[in-house]
Design a protein around this ligand. Structure first.
Ligand SMILES: [Zn+2]
Length: 222
């Protein structure tokens, strides 16, 4: 799943806890980092050779990459650990228990959405071979519909939660929405990636989207 995770991040902005000065909601960039945290770790682990993927040249574009071994970034147990760690670091920086819990839940949401989309390749616990995945990816059409709906719902909730403080708050947001849609469509119609390392380096480019999230947030109401 790709833009679905960003949909979950956009939706996160609707969560609001009353409070004083410390009650500022997490930045959109932080929400992006949370929902994509496992996919931010994963390219690094791939490039370091800690986790393993293979390119399959499947007729189904969503099955072009075979996830052979990725228990540290994408097992359920691993995800829970990353989620707790993320929430803890957020708490250390912002001192807000409720929003740190929200960030932790969003980190875990990545695994849940991946569970829905992946074929059974997600381990529950590293070292135990049992693998799960509900296989939405088996149907390209259904994947695009479900992922598109999650993305659209997230954008809708985001628009209900924030307003542009200036022109930039409007342009940067729409720029990102259009960019993500084009990137998604391009990824569907692209041939299989040329190499494992190319996938790793492409994965690292997600940091640009996270930075873009911080940029948008600075120009919109909280
Ligand atoms: Zn993932």
């Amino acid at each position: 799943m790709f833009i679905g995770h960003y949909g979950a991040a956009f939706a996160g902005k609707i969560v609001s806890f009353p409070g004083g000065k410390k009650s500022r909601k997490p930045s959109l960039g932080t929400l992006f980092l949370a929902t994509q945290f496992l996919d931010v770790l994963w390219p690094v682990f791939i490039l370091l050779g800690i986790e393993k993927i293979a390119i399959t040249n499947s007729a189904n574009t969503f099955l072009n990459v075979q996830f052979l071994y990725y228990p540290f970034s994408h097992s359920l147990a691993g995800s829970v650990v990353w989620s707790l760690l993320f929430a803890f670091v957020y708490y250390i920086i912002r001192r807000n228990v409720k929003y740190s819990l929200l960030c932790g839940v969003l980190v875990l949401s990545h695994w849940v959405l991946d569970l829905i989309s992946h074929i059974p390749d997600l381990q529950i616990i590293p070292g135990i071979e049992l693998r799960v995945g509900l296989g939405l990816w088996n149907s390209e059409v259904l994947t695009v519909i479900i992922e598109g709906l999650i993305f659209t719902a997230g954008i809708y909730l985001y628009f209900r939660s924030t307003t542009a403080k200036n022109k930039r708050g409007w342009i940067t947001l729409w720029g990102l929405i259009i960019f993500l849609i084009i990137a998604y469509i391009t990824s569907i119609f692209s041939p299989a990636p040329p190499s494992v390392n190319a996938i790793g380096y492409a994965g690292l480019s997600q940091w640009l989207i996270i930075a873009w999230g911080y940029w948008i947030d600075r120009n919109r109401s909280n």
